[in-house]
Structures are given as C-alpha cells and as structure tokens.
Design a protein around this ligand. Structure first.
Ligand SMILES: Cc1ncc(COP(=O)(O)O)c(C=O)c1O
Length: 423
C-alpha cells in the first residue's frame, strides 16, 4: 500500500518552485492536480486508439468504445452506481455545471409535455416548489432559479446554521407537499461542511420530490455511495477528482433516466429521425450524450477513479482530516475568522477564512508570494458569503497530495498578513 508521500510524488506539477519557494498547492476545491498515470492515460489514448466511439466499423473505434465504456464502469464503481443488472446509471457530461443545467433543461422540457406520461414526475407548474439551500454553488442555484422562472414554480431554500451548515433539521417545514425538486450540495464549496442529507432525502421522497445532489466536493474527498445515500440524481466534475477538465458525470437512478426527456439534441442520441415527425431517442445514457464525446478525457477520468479506489477513499478521508485539523488552527491566528465549522468533524479540508481589515485579494497575493496557492473571491457562492456578512473570502482546500507541513506553511504565512499590511 502506497504511503501519501509516495502518492504526492506522483504529481509532477508539485515538483517546482513558485516565487522562489517550493509550491504548496491548496486550491484543490477549484481544480485538483493530476497524477502522472492520468496524464499518461489521456496521451496514450491519442497515441494508440483515438477514434470516435459507438459508430465506427473499424478496430480502433471498437477499442476506443471499449475504453470509453470501461471508464464509465470505473466511475460507477467509485460512486456506488453499478446497477444490480449492470444497467447504466452514469451519463457523461462536460462537467458538473453542464450536468446540472442539463437536468434543469430536461425538467423544463418535461414541463412542456415532452417525454409524455413517463416524464410527468419531472414537470413543474405555477404553485410547485423547487428547494435549494443558501450554501449552493451558483451551478446549482442558477439553473434551479431559471427552471423556476421558466415554469412559474417557486424557489425556496434551506437556511444555514451560524457555522454554515445546511439546516437539515428543518426538512419537514422547508419541503412541502408542493415540492417537486430538491437540489442541495453534499459538501459546501466554501464552508467544507458535509451536509446531513439523510433527513432531506427522506422528506423529499416522502412528498414524491426528485432529489438532486451536487457531489462536486464530496466525491474527491470522502467515500460516496449514491445507492446507499438514496439520491435520485448527482452531478460532479472529473477535474476535481484528479481527472481531466472538460468532462463530468451525472448519476441518475435507472428508472428516472429512462423517464427523463433529453436536454441536448443531435447525433448519437437518436434511434430514428424523420423530416415530418419527432425523433425516437435512444435509451440512457446515450439519450443524454448528444454529439462527439470527450473520449480521451473520459478514459483518463476512469483511470483517475480507479486510482482513487486503489488508494482507498477511507484512507483519503483520514489523510485529509489530519491536514484539516492543522489548517483549522488558522482560527487561532489573531484577526482570522473561519467561515465554516471550526472542528474537523463532518467537514472536509475546504476552509474559507477572512483576515480582519485585509482585503482577500491582498491576502491571496501575500500568500502567493510565499509559493502557496489558495483561492480568493466568492467561490461562485455569493449567498453563503452574505450569510457570513462578507462579499469575498480566502479559501484553502486540500487534496491527497497535501501534508501537514503544507498546512503549517499556510498558517504561518497567514499569521504574518496583518503585520505586513500594518493593521
Ligand atoms: C460545490 C460545487 N458545485 C459545482 C461546481 C461547478 O463545477 P464545474 O465548474 O466543474 O462545472 C463546483 C466547482 O467549482 C463546486 O465546487
């Protein structure tokens, strides 16, 4: 079993200096770095079996199709989405944002009557409710808001505890008999808080609503099993789980994917097309994968999923928890406030903080000068920042390659910020 120092050595990008300091990368919530095996998988695909999938009658097309479908199975295995009879529950998307928009568009199409009787469970009308939370990334909030505007449904939301957790204890009040869709994040991209989704899922199902999980920040950091969590749909991006950019995945229960009308139209998703009547669409997942897919990236994402499973997600979680413990000592630095839970319980190592009287961009620049990469801004989550009474923050976030020394380097650097800016 590889130790985490050996795992760190698999990331070529980390072996460099920035501004004369060894690079400390603490921005994995934005995008994770890639191990050599993932980088090699993408380039090997192009140099050996590159071809369009699912169509060609030639050997390379057969090989690339096999590699593409193997990757789908590897990703399914990572998130507990292997159907009992091998049925496909993973749809390839261009990323989490695209997957969430795809769902919102498909629900909108169902609301126009597309997809027939089977799709009625997704249809929304004035008076119906869509429930999100104040902790959502804009990639959940805005597609759901837009769906509400388009259908006349009402957008409602879960409030947060003072330390930024979604108030799952209020599920019975927030979700009502009128609720048709509930979409919440598994892990806050600002707070790092792991949502207690069980009461929300249970209540959503009690009233017959569809439950959508934003799994962007959970899949890379903690063991995730969508069947065990009982969610209906989940979206996430490969680039945050050590895979390539430009690709993501949408999990959907098989019977729901079968009932859902498509959102994107074009090649490779249709059985029969005519000039004078509507097309007949393919079964999922193909129905949702219109056009040429990012095959090399999907294959490399499959390798990333396999690589994570080989390390073991329990080990990943425990490793990052120790670093999170160290990072949370930021809260002891005078003038620093953590925007999220203060202990490592039920949270990951994504830690937003403010340094009193110093603009987040100044903090970020000062930290960058020490070779440490963190995020500044609102992290595409303005409502949660408003909850904390700030417009922007700094955010450190861990990955498998970080160690306790990285956390100490950040805490030490943040400790110098206020002196440097003379506040
Ligand atoms: C919680 C969460 N949801 C959604 C997204 C959107 O992911 P992407 O930009 O890869 O589509 C992100 C990434 O920033 C995220 O952290």
């Amino acid at each position: 079993m590889q130790d985490f120092e050996a795992i760190r050595a698999e990331f070529p990008i980390l072996d460099q200096s920035i501004h004369g300091h060894p690079l400390v990368y603490l921005d994995s919530a934005a995008t994770a770095q890639k191990p050599q095996t993932v980088i090699d998988a993408e380039s090997r695909f192009y140099s050996t079996i590159n071809a369009g999938v699912h169509r060609g009658a030639h050997e390379l097309a057969a090989r690339s199709t096999m590699a593409f479908e193997k990757a789908r199975a590897q990703v399914a295995a990572l998130v507990g989405a292997h159907g009992a009879e091998g049925e496909e529950e993973i749809v390839v998307t261009p990323g989490a944002t695209a997957g969430l928009n795809m769902l919102a568009t498909a629900f909108g199409n169902a609301s126009l009557g597309r997809g027939g009787k089977a799709a009625r469970r997704f249809a929304l009308k004035p008076g119906d409710e869509i429930v999100v939370s104040k902790a959502e990334h804009h990639s959940v909030l805005l597609p759901m808001q837009e769906l509400a505007y388009r259908t006349g449904a009402t957008l409602k939301w879960f409030d947060l505890t003072p330390d930024g957790r979604i108030r799952s204890d209020t599920a019975d009040e927030v979700i009502t008999e009128r609720t048709k869709v509930v979409a919440v994040t598994h892990v806050g991209n600002t707070t790092g808080a792991i949502t207690d989704i069980a009461p929300i899922v249970a209540r959503a199902h009690e009233v017959g609503a569809v439950f959508i999980l934003d799994a962007c920040q959970s899949v890379p950091h903690i063991p995730v099993d969508f069947h065990a969590l009982d969610v209906d749909f989940a979206a996430w991006s490969a680039h945050k789980m050590y895979g390539p950019t430009g690709v993501g995945f949408l999990y959907g229960r098989r019977y729901l994917l079968e009932a859902l009308p498509p959102a994107n139209f074009g090649g490779s998703m249709v059985e029969l097309a005519w000039m004078d009547r509507p097309a007949e669409y393919m079964a999922p997942p193909a129905r949702f994968e219109a056009g040429t897919q990012p095959v090399a990236q999907v294959v490399a994402a499959g390798v990333a999923a396999r690589w994570m499973m080989d390390i073991g997600m329990d080990r990943v979680e425990a490793h990052e928890r120790a670093i999170t413990h160290e990072l949370l000592t930021l809260g002891n630095v005078p003038g620093v406030r953590i925007l999220g839970p203060a202990s490592e319980d039920r949270r990951i190592g994504t830690i937003a903080f403010e340094v009193e009287d110093v603009h987040p961009h100044d903090v970020g620049q000062f930290i960058d000068a020490q070779g440490i990469a963190i995020r500044v801004g609102h992290h595409c989550a303005q409502p949660v920042h408003r909850h904390f009474g700030v417009f922007a923050s700094n955010r450190a976030s861990t990955g498998v390659y970080n160690n306790v020394a990285d956390a100490r380097a950040l805490v030490e650097a943040v400790g110098k910020v206020r002196d440097f800016f003379e506040v």
